[in-house]
Design a protein around this ligand. Sequence first.
Ligand SMILES: C[S@@+](CC[C@H](N)C(=O)[O-])C[C@H]1O[C@@H](n2cnc3c(N)ncnc32)[C@H](O)[C@@H]1O
Length: 201
Amino acid sequence: MNKNSLIRKFNKQAARYERNTRQRSLGEWRQRLLQDVEGHVLEVAVGAGANFPFYNRSKVDVTAVDFSPEMLSRARQMASELGIQATFQEQDIETLELPERSFDCVVSTLSLCGYKDPVKALNQINRWAKPGGRIYLLEHGMSTNRLLGYAQHLLNPAARRISGCHYNRDMIEIVDASALKVVKTERYWNGIIHLIWAQAT
Ligand SMILES: C[S@@+](CC[C@H](N)C(=O)[O-])C[C@H]1O[C@@H](n2cnc3c(N)ncnc32)[C@H](O)[C@@H]1O
């Protein structure tokens, strides 16, 4: 799928992402993952700002990136409502250039399912974070349950067409193939939901 049709797909989903953000969707996991985020924070594929309610606004200064203008306008609104200090860039993460070694923390939630090359995206994240910088990932991937995994393979082509994301990526394999150093992993929902705490090397 080319980039413009992917952007159009995500633009169309922006209102739903805003509703989910206001309802604190996946809030328990976001809260658990993001409680220590602080400093100069890069959030990639920010969507409608679903993580903003879980940041301590007195401790973060966020650079937020997404290639969907509709998502970004909602994220801007969310940051302003919550008093989160943030700047926004409408950019493709896969071609984005940022100063290297400059962020204390990098946050990526529900984004590795969408990129053409998720390992490359993680390696970029590794470069943008300061050495030892903290990386926070909340991703969905292949289940540990074989039956569900089979269903994820079957559903994958339709999921890709409808929502722009892959259902059957092996997130552990992807993160292990990147330059990140994994500190801790937790999995929920038959292993589909991954919370991963990592460090830049
Ligand atoms: C599934 S949504 C997740 C949004 C948000 N992180 C969350 O947790 O709700 C994926 C987001 O990634 C963005 N995205 C996907 N591929 C991208 C890319 N290559 N560059 C920038 N943004 C991208 C989409 O526009 C969308 O906002």
